[in-house]
Design a protein around this ligand. Sequence first.
Ligand code: SAM
Length: 292
Amino acid sequence: MQIQKSFESREVGTLYIVPTPIGNLEDITYRALSILKSSHVIAAEDTRNTKKLLNYFDIHVPLISYHEYSEMTRDTEIVNRLQAGEQVAIVSDAGMPAISDPGSRIVAAAIAEDLPVVVLPGASAALCAVVGSGLDTNRFLFYGFLPRKKKERKHELEGLRKERATLIFYESPHRLKEMLFALSEVLGNRRIALARELTKKFEEYARGSVEEILHWVETTSLKGEFVVIVEGASDELIAEDEVSVWWKALSIEDHVEQLMEEDNISSKEAIKRVATERNLPKREVYQAYHIN
Ligand code: SAM
């Protein structure tokens, strides 16, 4: 167990997680600016990007790169700096570090060394989009980017089909159409919202059913960054899924027996049907029924 008193005076330095704007530079907070200014070093996902931001706010603090590939070696360097009493700020290219961005490893590494970690509140595309979607915000599940490969993406979505919470996805513009197809195929024609270019001049929301939005996406040339918000599973959908797999809780033997009894059919016929329903070889069902 570990207790962190974030602002208790200690010899070691603090690791600050500092969110940066997701488009509109006015979304930086006073506190973020003051922490960036007072840090000994700023670890950035892309130093060139962050340099522009720091120049804009007239901040001149040394930058180190904190790219995914160099995370491991950087972790050690950052932990050493914190142990030596330096204040280190972590920023990503936009929004909250560690949310579909690098950062979570250094947080874990600092915690493992009992170093204080302080997270500043600030811009994150996911939260703006879910609130602006008009969908339920009592419970939501942040997924981030779905896998690029069709099969893996479908598998992930299948795992989310019965999730009641509102779902939040990030997606790049050139994969948006195929992602919406996959949504409609696996999750059905639910209500969704696309939040595009949040906080920027061309900020736009498209709210409607998956099919309506797909049609809109197909007929509009869409650029920029997107968050896709999807309504959670309804009671009806969950009930429908349960009916279609009524045998789920049964063993293979019980499944065969129940079919024989309810539909008044032979064991041979029931074995055939169980094999089809469970997508199993007939031999396997036969063995489970006759041998067990
Ligand atoms: N850490 C960031 C955050 O807290 O939002 C997310 C970084 S992730 C690498 C980038 C993705 O976030 C984009 O592909 C897009 O899905 C979403 N995103 C970032 N900025 C956005 C914006 N202004 N409008 C809509 N989506 C945005």
